[in-house]
Design a protein around this ligand. Structure first.
Ligand code: FES
Length: 72
């Protein structure tokens, strides 16, 4: 399902970002474009991000963040 109609970002892409360690909506916007146009999707995107958040990484941990196709 599309969460961000303006930029074609799906719930699946947001769950993928959350599982990869994305914790802030601002980071999600940078990575996917979600919310970068009208912003009406930001509340739902934030809820999805929080509900699918990966466990916290230890301080100094480096993790790979997959490039999401719509951000390329
Ligand atoms: S619906 Fe996401 S920026 Fe417009």
């Amino acid at each position: 399902m599309f969460v961000c109609i303006c930029n074609g970002v799906t719930d699946s892409q947001i769950r993928q970002a959350a599982a990869a360690g994305c914790r802030e909506v601002s980071e999600l916007t940078m990575r996917t474009g979600c919310g970068a146009t009208c912003g009406s999707c930001l509340d739902m995107a934030g809820d999805l991000l929080r509900s699918h958040a990966a466990p916290a990484q230890p301080a100094g941990a480096i993790y790979e963040f997959p490039l999401i196709a719509s951000a390329a």
